[in-house]
Write a protein that binds this ligand. Structure first.
Ligand code: GDP
Ligand code: ZN
Length: 357
């Protein structure tokens, strides 16, 4: 594959300029296994690790390469392992808060152009969930496409489409049946050479079935990489950045599937533009939409223009986002404190050394 087929474009080339001058070459992360990254480059797949310098300079987990990242590589034939020197700025990022008491951003995938938000048209149909996924998608920087799968199990697709369109202004919606191979052309119209797509959606909605339908016959062999690990044993890992010959690439990482909310108020606003507009026309700026006179939100709920359930899901999401933001602030505060302490210690030591010497 050439770089364009891997998703390279002039704006990545511009960011890469300084690295090219240093004799580095570009590559794209296909998968990660502990410290080992498989990277696609012009010469095929390489096994790489981040350089010592990279590790030293990384401030957080989010600075490390993730699937879909473009990286600057120093080939190292004598050691058979190339090293990653830098990660190029990301055009889109999907992340989640990593497990544990510390709130830390963990990047699941990067540089996704289009994200398919998959839901089932069976009795698992939940427009509220589509709303949440839309918020995540807007926040990532990727363009969302809503995919309603299992159309074969639905007798009233028209009504469902209307419900979805009422929560997703201007976002393309495709109804498909992955098992019956119906409607897949509409999905393929969002693919293209050099474009990267990913799938989001709850377990059981049919993401794997759709992916396998798009991959056709090739499936597993394009995903598996056999590697000798450091002890010389054979291990098999699965590429999560998968080329679809002539149609671009798809990213399928386990974490993406169960993505948690890691979004900010901008993403929230974008998904709830209608409610934000109403809030703006309440008579009082600090309206709590309870009993205040001239409340546009309550009026809209009363006259049916705004679904009360949609309003509740907006409030719920708003609380989550605020909670998360507060947690992030607290973490930043603690880090700043630690940095100051370290700096103070360093100054003390310098003074002491100065006196001695
Ligand atoms: P994932 O967890 O989102 O990857 O979902 P899977 O692809 O594993 O699909 C879950 C189940 O739904 C499987 O039993 C599939 O056969 C079934 N399924 C997937 N797509 C369709 C569809 O279009 N129609 C119907 N009736 N079943 C489907
Ligand atoms: Zn109000």
């Amino acid at each position: 594959m050439n770089l364009e087929e891997l998703g390279w474009n002039p704006s990545f080339e511009a960011d890469f300029g300084e690295y090219r001058q240093r004799g580095l070459s570009p590559g794209r992360i296909a998968c990660q296994q502990k410290d080992l990254y498989q990277v696609y480059g012009v010469d095929g797949t390489m096994s790489t690790e981040v350089s010592g310098n990279f590790r030293h300079n990384a401030r957080s987990k989010a600075d490390f390469p993730a699937v879909g990242d473009w990286v600057a590589i120093r080939p190292c034939p004598e050691e058979s392992k190339a090293t990653i020197q830098a990660v190029l700025p990301r055009r889109s990022v999907f992340s989640r808060k990593s497990a544990g008491a510390r709130t830390e951003e963990q990047v699941l995938a990067a540089n996704i152009d289009t994200v398919f938000l998959v839901s089932g048209l069976d009795n698992e149909f939940r427009p509220r969930r589509i709303e949440r996924y839309l918020t995540v998608a807007w926040d990532s920087g990727a363009a969302p496409v809503i995919v309603l799968n299992k159309a074969d199990l639905c007798t009233d697709i028209g009504a469902r489409l209307e419900e979805v369109e009422s929560v997703a202004f201007g976002v393309p919606v495709c109804a498909v049946s992955a098992t019956e191979k119906q409607g897949l052309d509409a999905l393929e119209s969002h693919l293209g050479v050099g474009k990267t797509v990913a799938f989001l959606g709850s377990s059981g909605v049919g993401k794997s079935t759709i992916i396998n339908a798009l991959l056709g016959a090739q499936r597993q062999e394009v995903r598996a990489v056999r590697e000798d690990d450091s002890r010389g044993r054979h291990t098999t890992s699965y590429r999560e950045l998968i080329p679809l010959p002539g149609k671009g690439l798809l990213i399928d990482t386990p974490g993406m599937r169960e993505i948690q909310l890691w979004t900010d108020e901008d993403g929230l606003r974008k998904s709830f533009e209608d409610i934000e507009a109403l809030v703006g026309s309440c008579r009082f700026r600090n309206c709590a939409h309870q009993k205040e006179p001239g409340c546009a939100v309550r009026a809209a709920i009363e006259n049916g223009a705004l679904d009360a359930k949609r309003y509740r899901s907006y409030l719920k999401l708003q609380r989550e986002v605020r909670f998360l933001a507060a947690k992030q602030d607290q973490k930043a505060h603690l880090e700043e404190k630690a940095r100051r302490k370290e700096f103070g210690r360093m100054v003390k030591k310098m003074k002491k050394d100065y006196k001695k010497g």
